[in-house]
Design a protein around this ligand. Structure first.
Ligand SMILES: [Zn+2]
Length: 221
């Protein structure tokens, strides 16, 4: 898992593509942060994951450039994905317009799979799409969300349990409760600090209830 948190851009924690889009809306030091705050940021975020987008079928992802309209489309797609993800993790009702928004984005470009079989035991499959690079990106991200919500991964979808962190991840280990090891470490550190404070408090409460030779001295002061 690669964690990168470049200033002004969203953390890419190496989850599947649709989750990485959802996680461009994140929090830093308890405050909401925006990883897609401008067309330039949107373009640079897409460039950061262009290789994975290409593997998923957006073969021209590295050429994708986002203007204001493209950014609006990307943000609308993200809003729809996050609201469906919220419904999944909280047991809520998925919004029909969110489903429709994702379906429409998925249908923006034709996408297909093809194979190369060069005498190897098994043929290799590649995913491809046509159309404008930015549309390929939107369509591929939306297609990944369709796979996520309709496939086995939906049951593993979680939101990070660290207070103040709202990143989504797929629970790939029974004890995983956090988006990244860094969030887990912060929660464990906070818990052990709380325990130390509680222990110190109960120790001083016991001390106060027992007569101690220094108590009269303190009282006199
Ligand atoms: Zn987290």
């Amino acid at each position: 898992m690669v964690v990168s948190d470049v200033e002004g851009s969203a953390p890419v924690i190496g989850e599947r593509l649709s989750l990485d889009l959802m996680n461009t809306s994140y929090s830093t030091r308890g405050k909401p942060a925006e990883g897609l705050g401008s067309p330039e940021q949107a373009t640079s975020w897409v460039q950061r994951i262009a290789g994975r987008l290409a593997d998923a079928g957006a073969t021209s992802a590295s050429e994708a450039r986002f203007g204001e309209a493209g950014l609006d489309d990307l943000l609308a797609l993200r809003t729809a994905m996050r609201s469906l993800a919220d419904a999944v993790v909280s047991g809520g009702t998925p919004g029909a317009h969110d489903v429709e928004r994702i379906n429409r984005a998925a249908a923006l470009t034709p996408r297909w799979s093809s194979m190369a079989w060069n005498g190897d035991a098994r043929p290799a499959m590649t995913k491809q799409s046509a159309g404008a690079p930015a549309d390929q990106v939107l369509s591929t991200l939306a297609g990944d969300a369709v796979d996520l919500f309709t496939g086995a991964d939906a049951a593993r979808l979680r939101m990070c349990e660290r207070p103040g962190c709202d990143l989504f991840f797929l629970k790939d280990h029974p004890r995983r409760e956090w988006c990244t090891p860094a969030c887990g470490a912060r929660v464990r550190a906070a818990r052990s600090y709380q325990k130390r404070v509680q222990r110190a408090r109960s120790a001083s409460a016991i001390g106060a209830s027992q007569p101690s030779p220094t108590t009269p001295e303190r009282r006199r002061r």
